[in-house]
Write a protein that binds this ligand. Structure first.
Ligand SMILES: CC(C)(COP(=O)(O)OP(=O)(O)OC[C@H]1O[C@@H](n2cnc3c(N)ncnc32)[C@H](O)[C@@H]1OP(=O)(O)O)[C@@H](O)C(=O)NCCC(=O)NCCS
Length: 187
């Protein structure tokens, strides 16, 4: 089990546009940024599952639950901070029982911070911790029409290994969900 305290800095790099990016675990002080971030994704109708804007109370519960899991070493949760603001996040949640070696990944980067390499470095860092956590494979689901995300995942070595027809209702249309997977260890 890998336990990491909230707010631990993991990696610092310069993005393609010259801004400094700090990859770290989340902390309580991220609450307002996290709320603004999720609601900005919902407002822009990003290709994610959430459709209803979050209240501050809901976000408090969500962050509390995630910080608890982080401190217990039950999942991987890494955020990116730019100019003092949390602008991206990546989570890997391990499954349980006979699937406990499999993690499910989710990632989002705030509009205005995309296309400068944050997604790639966030995923690399999250996968490093997944290996420490002894996960063997990572799985994710993506809308079939989310080209930037599919390109990112392919660049990171994920392959399309499944499709759920009509799983997603997006802007009045039923579209497929793609399942993509990557093996982390060669065993
Ligand atoms: C998908 C997402 C996470 C990508 O993150 P990002 O930080 O912009 O990605 P990066 O800058 O690290 O780009 C990595 C690669 O992804 C691909 N990519 C990124 N943006 C792209 C775009 N607009 N069009 C096509 N490919 C794109 C490219 O292959 C890129 O590599 P390159 O720069 O060498 O060409 C981000 O666009 C996002 O959060 N979108 C909204 C929410 C979302 O869709 N989340 C995923 C749900 S499954």
């Amino acid at each position: 089990m890998i336990q990491i305290s909230p707010g631990t800095v993991l990696y610092v790099f310069t993005a393609k546009d010259g801004r400094e990016v700090i990859l770290r675990t989340p902390k309580w002080e991220d609450l307002e940024d996290a709320l603004e971030f999720i609601n900005s994704l919902i407002k822009e109708e990003a290709k994610i599952l959430a459709i209803t804007e979050k209240t501050r109370e809901q976000e408090i519960d969500w962050l509390a639950e995630n910080l608890k899991k982080l401190e217990k070493g039950q999942h991987i949760f890494i955020v990116a901070e730019v100019d003092g603001k949390m602008v991206a996040g990546c989570e890997i949640n391990p499954s349980f029982g006979r699937m406990r070696h499999l993690g499910s990944l989710g990632i989002s980067v705030k509009d205005g911070y995309r296309g400068i390499g944050i997604g790639v470095d966030l995923m690399k860092e999250a996968e490093k911790h997944a290996i420490h956590m002894r996960l063997k494979s990572v799985k994710l689901e993506v809308f079939e029409n989310n080209e930037p995300a599919i390109a990112l995942y392919e660049k990171m070595g994920y392959k399309i290994t499944g499709r759920v027809p009509g799983a997603i209702l997006y802007k009045g249309e039923y579209i497929d969900s793609l399942i993509m997977t990557k093996k982390l260890l060669s065993s």
